[in-house]
Write a protein that binds this ligand. Structure first.
Ligand SMILES: NC(=O)c1ccc[n+]([C@@H]2O[C@H](COP(=O)([O-])OP(=O)(O)OC[C@H]3O[C@@H](n4cnc5c(N)ncnc54)[C@H](OP(=O)(O)O)[C@@H]3O)[C@@H](O)[C@H]2O)c1
Length: 245
């Protein structure tokens, strides 16, 4: 129970990696607050957590909107809720060559895939400082290291995420640790590929398959807990070995 007596806020928790992180954190003893736009899938994840004896609350919101973070803070304060761990994980992207992105594509990618990470960080830092510190985990992608064609704005946003973790780690050391969890291909609803494509992709990886969201969650748990107390301002790559191919 590495997160006993801890409170964790997970952005993008209605499905995929965020949902698995919320489930695992709750299993480790944390009270989790789940954020995403769609209420019903959020409730389903929260119900599954409660069914296993965990503590979960949902707060439907668009994490790219500053005012909605302020409302979340007020809602948390009214209920006396804390935040020891923040996971920034929501994203938006459109896969076309960079020259074909519209102004709106660019803006939305930056607002959700990078801006929401800043907004969440800014809003949750006071909660963490009140409890003596915390851990911020920013979910990034190998696209920021080795971009493939058409991942343009998303890869740029993820590059910003990688630096954001270092900036937070410098500004709020030693009380708040901040790290980037760099994911490779992971089987989630957002990874909208057919089974054959997933198998083919997996065959090219040293691991022989693409990842499970639960495997990303395990590393997030390490970064959230005191087991990683000497780890800050860095990246952990969880990619089945893709970066060495
Ligand atoms: N899957 C992969 O292969 C892979 C690889 C590398 C990195 N990653 C990274 O891992 C993270 C999670 O990916 P995933 O594959 O689990 O994605 P996913 O299955 O598409 O889930 C994305 C989550 O983000 C939420 N979300 C999106 N926009 C939002 C917004 N504006 N406000 C609030 N919530 C929002 C979605 O909920 P609602 O729709 O309900 O809002 C959903 O819960 C992302 O940062 C992604 O870049 C994934």
């Amino acid at each position: 129970m590495e997160l006993i007596d801890k409170c964790a806020v997970v952005a993008g928790a209605s499905q995929g990696i965020g949902a698995e992180i919320a489930r695992l954190f709750a299993k480790a003893g944390a009270a989790v607050i789940l954020l995403a736009r769609r209420k019903n899938p959020l409730e389903e994840v929260a119900d599954s957590i409660r069914a296993n004896g965990g503590a979960a609350q949902v707060y439907p919101m668009d994490v790219s909107v500053a005012g909605e973070w302020r409302e979340l803070s007020a809602w948390m304060r009214q209920r006396g809720l804390a935040c020891d761990v923040l996971v920034n994980n929501a994203y938006w992207r459109r896969l076309v060559p960079i020259g074909e992105l519209t102004d709106e594509d660019w803006r939305q990618t930056m607002d959700v895939s990078l801006g929401s990470y800043f907004l969440g960080t800014r809003e949750m830092i006071p909660f963490m400082l009140e409890r003596g510190g915390g851990s911020i985990i920013n979910i990034s992608s190998l696209q920021s290291h080795t971009p493939e064609p058409n991942f343009g704005a998303y890869a740029v946003a993820k590059g910003g995420v990688d630096v954001l973790s270092k900036v937070i780690a410098r500004d709020y050391a030693p009380s708040i640790r901040a790290n980037t969890l760099v994911a490779g291909a992971v089987d989630t609803p957002g990874f909208a590929e057919g089974e054959e494509v997933k198998r083919e992709l997996g065959r090219r990886l040293p691991a022989g398959r693409i990842g499970y969201a639960s495997e990303i969650a395990e590393t997030a748990l390490f970064l959230a807990s005191s087991r990683s107390s000497f780890v800050t301002g860095t990246e952990i790559i969880v990619d089945g070995g893709r970066s060495i191919t």
